[in-house]
Ligand binder design. Structure first.
Ligand SMILES: *Cc1c(COP(=O)(O)O)cnc(C)c1O
Length: 546
């Protein structure tokens, strides 16, 4: 006989028809409603308080200990808990052991505090539960989505009033799509690029229908590649796998000393590929805000190269895209309007809750290359957004972005973005002032990398030969790994770390500390505390004689 779960022993709750009906209709009396509101109050206004003390994955409770508490794998037959108890559990037990990404001391990742109204908007979207896959389950919400897409498209491409009048609500054209995140956005862009490059002609009905072997035969090629700098996000390699061209064909191009794609290397790679004649370049990708370093490729130059060579130009602006709202810094993205497609993440610098990626296309007919119709849902020429989308059923995240844009205005967002850029610059200056630190990559946007590297070792690195450099870097890598770990475990602050290969060579493997400054409450006082703590850990661990 099957053993009963512990919860089944300890609860006398039962699932009955009457209760079931109650959870699908409005609370029937004032008392029930008051109870519900009390819990919503905790959720909407109480969660923010959780874990004020600690930041990041601390060792207060070990992951082992935590996972030991979550080993039951059977679903209980009877209800385990009432809503009230579940909410209390989430707030009292789960939230404190989650990560406090909202702390101004949490500067290691691209996930941060969000404005409070986002929680309210997300709640409303859940309550409406629209499905924007088709008009029949969303009505005005699909129409609003098209309007928001046009607003952000305009931010990127700045086409004419007439262009937007024509396309904003056109049922035959699409300016872009909402997807789950940057990964799905990049995949969508490259899917369109692949299908456009290997499109139907003569008796061939296109790669989407016939697959790669038939496409290669028709086009007289034996391989497809996509070119992006070594700083390209790994989602691009996933796309290479999913699109069937193989992720080894996402070719990494060398970077210059500012971590931007090296144009000479790129040109040379293009020439070599063309000489072979049997390889097609599906796309060249420019990065606007590299994940590791925040660097921005020379977008205009890349656009011109793509135009000359008739290659799809994609810009991965998952991180940097929203900077277009800052009059002061939008020139960083100069040339983005040449892109055939652009990725932007809502859950990064639009400060939205998780689950919002977007992809935009310069040509409103471009997404026809991935159109699908199902008789029962999406009819040609309808507003059904599922026709040209990787996703099927999908949440109306566009309502959140639309509302946020109204609440913030571009000026509101510009304040946030400029704070990030300027604080990162000040932080970089402070790092350079301190003799135990070395700035590894200067911030263009609000991401920078640095490491602990005492003045003496900096000197030795500058004068040493390749082998001596390698030995010193190895030592420094161990130091930086340890300092980052101890700081994280102490739980006062969180800085991430990554590995860069300087000068494009595995010989110069360098472990760096990485910061993304996007929380408006993060200031120089906090950043100085973080550096002080790192210096303190370094001193106590590695130079006991001091
Ligand atoms: C974050 C990021 C991605 C991936 O986005 P997800 O939303 O995590 O899927 C892709 N490219 C860049 C440059 C990014 O910063």
């Amino acid at each position: 006989m099957e053993k009963s779960t512990p919860s089944e022993k300890s609860t006398n709750l039962i699932a009955d028809w009457q209760t079931l009906q109650r959870i699908f209709i409005r609370p029937e009396n004032d008392a029930t409603q008051a109870t519900l509101l009390k819990y919503m109050d905790q959720i909407l206004f109480g969660l923010q308080d959780f874990l004020k003390k600690h930041v990041g994955i601390t060792e207060e409770i070990s992951l082992k200990e935590l996972s030991d508490n979550y080993k039951e794998t059977r679903i209980s037959k009877n209800p385990e808990k009432k809503l009230a108890d579940v909410i209390t559990d989430l707030i009292k037990n789960i939230a404190p052991n989650a990560v406090n990404v909202a702390s101004p001391y949490f500067i290691g990742h691209m996930t941060s505090a969000i404005p409070f109204f986002m929680v309210h908007l997300k709640t409303i979207v859940a309550a409406l539960n629209q499905n924007v896959v088709k008009l029949e389950t969303s009505k005005v919400v699909s129409i609003i989505e098209k309007q928001v897409l046009a607003k952000v498209h305009r931010l990127i491409y700045r086409e004419s009033d007439q262009f937007y009048d024509t396309h904003v609500q056109s049922t035959n054209t699409t300016l872009g799509a909402f997807v789950e995140g940057g990964t799905a956005a990049n995949l969508t862009a490259l899917w369109v690029a692949r299908n456009s490059a290997l499109s139907p002609r003569n008796h061939f009905s296109g790669v989407e229908k016939e697959g790669l072997p038939a496409a290669y035969a028709e086009y007289g090629i034996n391989n497809c590649v996509i070119l992006v700098s070594r700083r390209g996000h790994y989602s691009l390699r996933k796309a290479g796998g999913l699109l069937g061209i193989g992720n080894q064909n996402i070719l990494p191009i060398n970077v210059d000393e500012n971590q931007r794609i090296d144009i000479t290397s790129l040109q040379q790679t293009i020439r070599e590929i063309k000489k072979k004649g049997s390889i097609k370049i599906l796309a060249i990708i420019g990065i606007a805000g590299a994940t590791e370093t925040g660097s921005i490729d020379p977008l205009r130059t890349l656009g011109e190269i793509c135009r000359e060579n008739n290659i799809h130009y994609h810009v991965d602006a998952a991180w940097g895209g929203p900077v277009l709202m800052s009059d002061k810094y939008r020139h960083y993205l100069d040339g983005i309007e040449l892109a055939d497609s652009v990725t932007i993440d809502g859950h990064k610098q639009f400060y939205m809750p998780m689950g919002c990626g977007m992809v935009y296309f310069k040509n409103p007919k471009k997404m026809d290359a991935i159109a699908y119709h199902a008789n029962y849902v999406n009819r040609p020429g309808s507003v059904d957004l599922g026709i040209k989308s990787l996703s099927g059923s999908r949440e109306a995240t566009s309502l959140i972005l639309d509302s946020a844009l109204k609440i913030m205005g571009t000026n509101g967002y510009a304040l946030l973005l400029e704070h990030g850029v300027e604080t990162a610059k000040a932080f970089a200056d402070e790092i350079q002032r301190r003799e135990n630190f070395e700035l590894v990559t200067r911030p263009t946007l609000n991401i920078l990398t640095y490491r602990i590297c005492p003045a003496g070792m900096q000197k030795a690195l500058a004068t040493g030969d390749a082998n001596q450099k390698k030995i010193i870097n190895k030592k420094l890598n161990a130091i930086n790994r340890t300092v980052q770990r101890i700081q994280r475990e102490a739980g006062l602050s969180f800085v991430s770390r990554t590995t860069l290969y300087l000068n494009n060579t595995p010989d110069e493997e360098v472990v760096v500390l990485r910061c993304a400054i996007m929380n408006p409450m993060t200031d120089m006082k906090i950043l100085n505390n973080i550096l002080d703590e790192q210096e303190e850990i370094y001193r106590s661990r590695f130079t006991p004689e001091l």
